[in-house]
Design a binder for this molecule. Structure first.
Ligand code: NAD
Length: 284
């Protein structure tokens, strides 16, 4: 996508971390911003910060795990600004712990936000973006955990591998519609991801259930902190602003993959080599 000026971007998970930095970076490029997040207080603060750049903003409290909520977000975005050109499906939560110990609620919560959240974004926005025939770009936030697996990070890995696969296919499916796709794959970023439990619904083991220790031990903040980004993934912790700048550059240049840490390359190459070595030899 070549032009940002006066076009409209929607960012989910915009109240904190990578989403907030992405929204700010896009506003500074002249975009109008629709900010979506489940946390109304921080969402209001983010809106003030982004409006201070002079950008037109609209903040919409949204639960990305709910299709009606994301459809309502799309309705408000199209009603206010007439079109949407950049969609950042970024909201996400992290959980740690061995798969054999995962509770059904752990799966439901993390898949609901990290995978269904992205699917809902596509369902609610993409047909309308195609219909508008103005082109555009979609950024799905996955993770390095979508490219390599780590012990104790299985639920998160499952969602992020799915987001990488979905994005790769979406890029092919949308090629003729002039809509680009990028998949953001960071390692450590200094955000509140390790406090993801703050947004966990009570019905899915959050709130008092999580506090009382009833949830999977790996789902506690400290467990998620140790497991998320586990030993294989740990590298530098980058500021979210650096990640946002890489994403904006990828939108501008139509790049599909946005790996953010050089430290990750060797791990990915080892995985690719292990898969490569497992293929049968061609018949002689
Ligand atoms: N921080 C890292 O090290 C890192 C690494 C790789 C990938 N990521 C991914 O980056 C994305 C952004 O996370 P972050 O690191 O900025 O964390 P963060 O916790 O600072 O921000 C995530 C935002 O998503 C919001 N959110 C949570 N559940 C939601 C829901 N159901 N509906 C709408 N919004 C919801 C939160 O309120 C928060 O504002 C996530 O997809 C995460 O998996 C983060």
């Amino acid at each position: 996508m070549e032009t940002f000026q006066d076009r409209t971007a929607v960012v989910t998970g915009a109240a904190s971390g990578i989403g907030r930095a992405l929204a700010l970076a896009l506003a500074r490029r002249g975009m109008k911003l629709v900010l979506a997040d489940i946390e109304p207080g921080p969402l209001g603060d983010a809106e003030k910060e982004i409006a201070a750049t002079g950008a037109e903003t609209l903040a919409v409290p949204t639960d990305v795990s709910s299709l009606p909520s994301v459809r309502a977000l799309a309705d408000q975005a199209f009603t206010r600004f007439g079109a949407v050109h950049v969609l950042c499906n970024n909201a996400g939560v992290a959980i740690g712990g061995a798969l054999q110990e995962a509770r059904h609620e752990d799966w439901e919560w993390v898949l609901g936000v990290n995978l269904w959240g992205v699917i809902h974004g596509i369902e609610a926005f993409v047909p309308r973006m195609i219909e508008a025939k103005q082109g555009g770009h979609i950024v799905n936030t996955a993770s390095m955990a979508g490219l390599i697996a780590s012990k104790g990070l299985g639920i998160y890995n499952t969602t992020k591998y799915a987001v990488v696969g979905l994005s790769e296919t979406l890029a092919k499916d949308l090629r003729d519609d002039g809509i680009g796709v990028s998949v953001l794959c960071p390692m450590g970023v200094s955000t509140r991801i390790r406090e993801s439990e703050r947004n966990r619904p009570e019905a899915l083991g959050g709130g008092s259930a999580a506090d009382s220790g009833a949830s999977n031990s790996g789902a506690s903040n400290s467990g998620a902190s140790k497991s998320h980004g586990g030993p294989d993934l740990v590298g530098r912790y980058l500021p979210p602003e650096e990640i946002a700048a890489m994403a904006v550059e990828a939108i501008e240049n139509g790049r599909l993959y946005i790996p953010t840490h050089y430290e990750g390359l060797e791990f990915w190459q080892r995985r690719a080599a292990r898969i490569g070595e497992s293929f049968p030899k061609p018949p002689a």
